[in-house]
Write a protein that binds this ligand. Sequence first.
Ligand SMILES: [Zn+2]
Length: 340
Amino acid sequence: MLSKKLQDIQNQAQKEINEATTLEALYQVKVRFLGKQGELTLIMKDMGGLSKEERPAFGKLVNEVKQAVTTLHDEKESQLARVEMDKKLSEEELDLTLPGPYLPNGSEHLIAKVMNEIVDILARVGFSVRTGPLIETDFYNFTALNIPADHPSRDMQDTFYIDGEHVLRTHTSPIQIRTMQTEKPPIRILAPGGVFRHDYDASHSPHFHQIEALLVDKNVSMADLKGTISYFIREFFGKNIKTRFRPSFFPFTEPSAEVDCSCPLCQGKGCKMCKHTGWIEIGGSGLVHPNVFKAAGLDPEEWQGFAFGFGIERMAIIKYGVSDIRLFMENDTRFLEQFK
Ligand SMILES: [Zn+2]
């Protein structure tokens, strides 16, 4: 009677194992027949009705059935695991023809772009780039440039002092001094880079960029300076843009001149950018002051030179019509993308 029941359990277990189509279903079958409360476990408790002699044989029989069911279960389990893995692999197959994720391309910042444009134009007439430290000594930033101790540009209001002797450079002119100290004339260099002044509004940033040009040679005159700047303006803003020089004063040049160009926006007719004058001020220039040559260790009787400088942000604002200098610093990609 009990053997018949055992046989029925075995048949039922085998049937259910064979019919299981998922690992989850198979697990439920395992619990029902082989678990602690499973039918093949519970049947051992029914052995009370058997004689002492019959019990060992029946116990052995139950274990054999358990073993057979377990073996069948394990085979089915590995078979189902294989099927499920194959299914997963085919569903998650890597499709190499699918388009990749969109990664936006970066672009040159407008300041770098304008700086490179200026360098390229002046490189064509023999100028090459030199660089220098952002933290300068008082000597290179002021004294060597003929800026006396009481000059307003030394004021704490304009200059970031690191200590009594060091400043964040307020212009790239220290590079000119360093070059004249270490290279023999003739010299034709460009000094581009970041500079720092204590100023912040729509048209001033405490960190902005300049490019300066320095030429040192024999018999250099204002005519050479004007010719070089006029060439540059035409190349940078356009062939029909005029250049104008107005007498001015800078400590490091003598004579000195402000450089204006006819407004590229309105072609000189007058607009908001040029304050309806038709002219835009773009930088300073002049012949190198003898005191600057002396400070750099060159004989002003033997050498002459010219220098000029532009603000990169200002050049970018004029050429590309940027309304606020702070846009350069805000890293808004909508602004930056326009100049790709
Ligand atoms: Zn204008």
